[in-house]
Write a protein that binds this ligand. Structure first.
Ligand SMILES: [Zn+2]
Length: 776
């Protein structure tokens, strides 16, 4: 697993003359209430936010009292008699229309509503108010205003508060063109849903709704896409400052709480002075104080629930407010004090870090160097990103100091009561740590209560030697195929649960990977689980030293590529060790998961294109993100390998790892096309449109005859829409000769004809090389 951490990247310039502190602004926002004297009769009011068209027919619009000279919210209520309003949105692509239809039964959004609440930091509220004030037909109606305020003020203030950090940020930075427009609509047919226009987001238009399943809240994105003007000019907001030279001093107490000071050097990338900085940090930590260049900065650190849900972001944003603004001409020193409980206790002295990516304040995922010092109870061991510089004890405390030798995307740590092995190998230094005991959940799950401990209890260090050997094999394999990793020190540490995570220089590996496969809990003793925990997981996480750290995704849309390359790298090593059958077995399992029909009648694969990333995880399909990203992604890479052939495929991966630090899906397609053989799809656009930007797994049927020195026939497909034009591999064997042809399949059976002098002994669809099912 590897989570690209999105940051609230915003463009802002000089903040206006300060009337209020961020905290005072936040308080005002929390108390935002409707002003009955600013209630207007509305008749046929139209406005657009890029692709979103809003029509307010007959009703009333009430504004909030102004905060810092602007109106951050309003409520519309339709007249009881014949009042109406609607919102209209036509998604620009086929997959977005399909997504909208999944949730609303219609490919376009045209919804009538009787009420809506608005939050704006882009000045829309002020514009609407000015428009109404200048229109003599829009009479003021304070009586209606009073009734509406009574009923709606608390709803609106809850909504505004749920975007509090963003609203404060936008108000302080004073740039309306980067501000957002948000509508909570009570639809006639669709019930409550959200419409958001945010010019600082990757997809500026977003429509969706909160969903609930198994005690968890999801934000179900109905549709999200680039707004009209952004589609014309490919502009990305980009980072506006970088952080480097991180120095983190962390003290871990016996109760596992942590107090830390994070220092870093900040460089502004644009020429305007800045007065507000935004950072992400785990909700488990509190910022207690901060300075910039030695001067105290105001810390604004409050929860913004809806904003985080919409971003699918478990972390939260906090702000530092600076007076005077930062000079862009020189670098700045920031110092942030933070404390909290990021370390969890899994029982039996098994600990792990819960917020692995955001235990310290960061912005974006830029490369930086780290200097880390941990002070902690001396019976424990800390393993972290970087090369150990010093390790000593002071009374009851142990102090571990590490430094990175090369810039990395982020730094992680883990701690525990570890047994360890250290190996120096081909220029790498690898430290493998295992827990001395099983975490409580595993201990109780695997050992029946009647069984005396020791007998049959799995050994949490049972695979330590084999694991170390496999990790070294993995490092060798990746180094041979993709070139050496610049990170020479790798710490491998256990984490409870069924997953792993590959940080720069630090791997978290499921505690199940430390147990001999025969001692895994009974439900995990099947072939595929054993292969996962004793082969694939460790290699996958080592592969992230290349895919994820050496090469990073250009954006969240490209996360799938990094995961798929890491996973496929693990499968390549599996194939080298155990043969192609082992690879095909894993791919077969993946296919089975992807095409299985769920209770909705649909397959997991059809949830949406792989580039949607976390958006695939909704209350309708909580497991779609994982299955599509890892399993379909692996299939995509596998199909590409079979198209290019092994030599060219490996050359492609090597080119990427040695020449590309960041890669987008489109860059990947273009690079791959240089290695693609001559075909009707030379630039691989059809391949990517089908498999990457679209959905569908075809059920394919091959019919053929041999006559007049020709093999001719048709390939029919079903279960996919007409636009799907997959090329599928057909193997033709004649005597000792074997050829593979990639031939098109079609909803109307697609004909083919291949010159062939003697009759074939075998003609088959190669289902092992292509994500398809074969139908008789
Ligand atoms: Zn991964």
């Amino acid at each position: 697993m590897f989570r690209f951490l999105p940051a609230l990247i915003l463009v802002a310039n000089l903040r206006p003359a300060l009337a209020l502190t961020a905290a005072q602004l936040g308080d005002e926002i929390q108390q935002a209430s409707l002003d009955p004297t600013e209630c207007y009769r509305v008749l046929d009011l139209n406005f657009n936010k890029e692709d979103v068209k809003v029509y307010l027919g007959s009703g009333y619009l009430v504004f909030t009292k102004p905060i810092q000279g602007t109106h951050p919210g309003a409520v519309f209520v339709a007249s009881t008699e014949g009042g109406d309003a609607d919102v209209l949105l036509l998604p620009p692509t086929r997959s977005e229309r399909a997504s909208l239809a999944t949730f609303t039964n219609s490919p376009n959004l045209e919804e009538h509503f009787k009420s809506a609440a608005f939050v704006f930091t882009d000045g829309t509220g002020d514009q609407l108010l000015a428009q109404l004030q200048s229109n003599p037909a829009s009479k003021k109606s304070p009586e209606m205003g009073g009734l509406i305020a009574e009923r709606w003020s608390s709803v609106l203030s809850n909504l505004i508060s749920s975007f509090e950090t963003r609203v404060v940020y936008d108000m302080l930075s004073g740039r309306r063109d980067a501000g957002m427009f948000y509508m909570a609509i009570a639809g006639n047919q669709l019930d409550n849903f959200d419409v958001l226009y945010d010019p600082s987001a990757q997809d500026q238009i977003l429509v969706g709704k909160l969903g609930y399943r198994d005690n968890r809240t999801y934000f179900n994105t109905w549709t999200a896409f680039q707004a009209r003007s952004f589609r014309k000019v490919a502009a990305s907001p980009g980072a506006w400052y970088t952080l480097d030279n991180f120095r983190i001093e962390a003290a871990i107490q016996p109760d596992l709480t942590m107090q830390a000071v994070t220092r870093a050097t900040l460089t502004l990338l644009q020429q305007q002075p800045r007065s507000v900085l935004t950072f992400s940090l785990t909700p488990s930590m509190t910022v207690t104080a901060a300075t910039v260049d030695g001067r105290p900065a105001e810390v604004f650190d409050r929860a913004s629930l809806r904003a985080n849900l919409i971003q699918a972001n478990e972390d939260r944003q906090f702000l530092l407010v600076l007076e005077p603004p930062l000079d862009p001409a020189v670098p700045h020193e920031i110092e942030i004090h933070h404390a909290g409980a990021v370390i969890r206790d899994a029982g039996n002295q098994v600990y792990y870090v819960g917020s692995r990516g955001t235990w310290y304040p960061r912005t974006g995922a830029g490369l930086a160097n780290y200097d880390l010092t941990f002070r902690y109870p001396k019976g424990l061991t800390v393993a972290a990103t970087g090369t150990p510089e010093d390790d000593h004890t002071e009374g009851d405390w142990r102090v571990t100091h590490l430094k990175t030798q090369t810039a990395v995307r982020f730094a992680g740590f883990n701690l525990g009561d570890f047994q360890s092995l250290v190996r120096e190998h081909n220029g790498y230094r690898i430290e493998v740590y295992a827990n001395r005991q099983l975490e409580s959940a595993l201990a109780t799950r695997t050992v029946p209560p009647a069984t005396p401990a020791r007998d049959g209890a799995p050994d949490p260090t049972g695979r330590l030697d084999e694991l170390t050997k496999n990790l070294l094999d993995s490092l060798d394999f990746m180094t041979d195929e993709f070139g050496p990793s610049p990170i020479r020190n790798l710490a491998v540490t256990p984490i409870p649960g069924g997953f792993g995570q590959g940080f720069p220089g630090l791997v978290y590996l499921s505690t199940l990977a430390y147990i001999n496969p025969g001692q895994l809990p009974p439900p995990l003793r099947g072939r595929s689980e054993q292969t996962f925990y004793s082969e694939l997981l460790e290699t996958h996480e080592v592969a992230h030293q290349w895919w994820g750290n050496l090469v990073v995704p250009a954006s969240e849309r490209d996360d799938w590529l990094i995961e798929s390359l890491a996973n496929y790298s693990a499968l390549l090593l599996l194939e080298r060790r155990k043969g192609v059958k082992a690879l095909d077995e894993v791919l077969d399992d993946y296919r089975t998961h992807l095409v299985a029909r769920r209770d909705t009648g649909r397959t997991l694969e059809s949830t949406g294109p792989i580039v949607w990333g976390y958006r695939l995880e909704t209350s309708l399909s909580p497991d779609a993100w994982r299955t599509v990203t890892y399993e379909k992604g692996t299939w995509i890479i596998h199909m590409l390998r079979r198209r290019l052939g092994d030599e060219k495929f490996l050359a492609l991966l090597r080119e990427i790892s040695s020449h590309h630090h960041s890669i987008s899906t489109e860059e990947f397609r273009e690079l791959a096309s240089h290695y693609a053989p001559k075909s009707p799809d030379p630039d691989l656009k059809i391949f990517f449109d089908n498999w990457v930007y679209g959905t569908g797994v075809p059920a394919v049927k091959l019919s053929y005859t041999w006559r007049d020195a020709k093999l001719s026939g048709t390939i029919a497909q079903r279960d996919v829409d007409e636009a799907f034009t997959a090329y599928v591999p057909v193997e033709v064997v004649t005597g000792n000769e074997r050829n593979v042809y990639w031939l098109p399949a079609g909803s109307d059976p697609a004909p083919f004809s291949i010159p062939l002098k003697i009759p074939p002994t075998r003609v088959t669809l190669l289902a092992a090389d292509c994500l398809m099912t074969t139908s008789k």
